[in-house]
Write a protein that binds this ligand. Structure first.
Ligand code: HEM
Length: 456
């Protein structure tokens, strides 16, 4: 059995004629990973041209370091990404630049200090147990969509920890709206790549607009309620409403707060849900590794339900999660645009060009990983990590714009796996091969149908 049977079908590098351009755009809308040139899996960098604009795909860890870390000030988030995300997320921490970004990052930082994040563990475990209770009511042998269930679970956790609970939020509608919005991003990015005006129609545009409106109304109502009652909680919402930047004395207005709540809900639940979804799938295909995870959990908990204090000791489980995010990185690509002329890998790039960091391809790169398709958590043993270039592995990106929720996500994934895996066996149907599809995040195109049985 192949470990990672699906391989995206990268575009052969050819001369940039009209037919080729149309082919690339079609692939971009369908699944942007299929529009990457084949060299991204073998070369240090690849140059590609579309309608007169250059895209530099950067794969060598040294060059990734230059773009994301050493010369980070010379890059902004690129137009295709901004155009895909800004309609829903406005100018929040994920999409803003310069001073606006710096203030928001400083304001949010206290919520993500290790001590605060550890304090979220009981909420994470509580939500995972509730999911376990729902699963135990299913007939043994039922099929669940693990992707949908993980999405619901991580959504509950993000609203509990960032907004102190879901209150009157219609969770099903939020999820639906998030999906409609993400579906539109393929078109938005492709239209941006050909510099089409923002009013250009595309399938699903109105559905996406309705979704943005609903999501924004939901968080705006929540902000108004907090302002009206003056209630203080230990959550991101209270922090943002009270915040003033120590250097500038500036606060965040309600629009900034709304942009950020939407950003944290979007960035903070779907990514972790996907990491877990892919992990359940990989474990179902690797029973020996699954047994090792179960043995570790049993040794740490003594067979009792997982508690907050146990999570830090799940070292092998964390290795498994890390390796799963190598094979299937939830964020499979990030995009940057230079704000000045500079050289990367000997290539001169200008503000007209885009730099793509194809994380999925870097994680499967022939020069960086032995047998890249093989699922092998030993790659994340401490010695193996030390022996590797730090920027060969980028699930959370790197540099000043590294994921602010990294510690949160790793703890959450271990808490959920440690709670659910000992109680349930999840298995994929023989022959089922999920197709990774890029929609800002990397989802299984067919969903993730898994058969579920209690272990005892
Ligand atoms: C496995 C789960 C996660 C993965 C793989 C992931 C991945 C990433 C990546 C790759 C970026 C950088 C994007 C770019 O530079 O273009 C990012 C940024 C970000 N992530 Fe995460 N993330 C995860 C979980 C979370 C969680 C749980 C939260 C919040 C609770 C969060 C909040 C954010 C925010 C706010 C940013 C923007 C940071 C900035 O620009 O300063 N993420 N994430």
């Amino acid at each position: 059995m192949l470990d990672m049977p699906h391989k995206p079908e990268p575009t052969a590098e050819r001369s940039p004629g009209l037919i080729h351009t149309l082919g690339v755009l079609r692939r971009m809308v369908r699944n942007p990973m299929d529009a990457w040139p084949s060299g991204v899996y073998t070369e240090d960098f690849v140059r590609s041209r579309l309608l007169g604009h250059m895209t530099l795909y950067v794969c060598a860890p040294e060059l990734v370091q230059q773009v994301l870390v050493d010369d980070a000030d010379s890059f902004i988030k690129a137009e295709p990404m901004r155009r895909a995300l800004e309609p829903a997320l406005g100018q929040g921490i994920l999409t803003a630049e310069g001073t606006r970004w710096r203030i928001q990052r400083r304001v949010a930082a206290p919520v993500f200090r290790p001590a605060t994040v550890n304090g979220f563990l009981p909420a994470m475990i509580g939500a995972a147990r509730a999911m376990g209770e729902a699963w135990s009511r299913l007939a043994p042998g039922s099929t669940i969509d693990a992707g949908d269930d993980m999405m619901r679970l991580t959504f509950d956790i993000i609203v509990e920890t960032m907004l102190s609970g879901r209150g009157s939020i219609d969770v099903a509608r939020v999820e639906h709206s998030m999906r409609d919005f993400l579906e539109s991003t393929g078109w938005l990015a492709a239209l941006s790549a050909i510099h089409a005006p923002t009013w250009t129609p595309f399938p699903g545009k109105w559905r996406a607009a309705r979704a943005h409106l609903y999501l924004r109304d939901m968080v705006t109502a929540r902000i108004a309620e907090r302002r009206r009652t003056g209630e203080r909680r230990d959550d991101l919402l209270s922090l943002m409403l009270d915040a003033t930047d120590p250097e500038t004395g500036l606060g965040l207005d309600d629009r900034d707060v709304a942009d950020n709540l939407l950003t944290f809900i979007a960035a903070g639940h779907e990514t972790t849900a996907l990491a877990l979804t892919w992990t359940f799938y990989l474990l179902s295909r690797h029973p020996d590794i699954e047994q090792r995870v179960l043995a570790e959990i049993a040794a740490v908990t003594g067979g009792a339900p997982l508690e907050a204090a146990d999570v830090g000791s799940l070292t092998y489980t964390r290795q498994v999660i890390s390796e799963s995010m190598r094979v299937y990185p939830p964020v499979a690509m990030i995009v940057r645009q230079p704000n000045r002329r500079l050289e990367v890998g000997g290539v001169t790039i200008t503000p007209d060009d885009n730099v793509f960091i194809p994380i999925y391809a870097i994680h499967h790169h022939a020069k960086l990983w032995a047998e890249p398709e093989r699922f092998d958590p030993e790659r994340f043993a401490p010695e193996a990590i030390k022996a590797r270039h730090r920027y060969a592995y980028l699930p959370f990106a790197a540099g000043p714009r590294i994921c602010i929720g990294m510690g949160f996500a790793l703890l959450e994934a271990a808490a959920i796996l440690g709670t659910l895996l000992p109680a349930f066996r999840l298995s994929a149907a023989p022959g089922f091969v999920p197709t990774p599809k890029l929609r800002v995040t990397m989802r299984p195109a067919e969903g993730m149908p898994l058969r579920i049985e209690p272990r005892s």
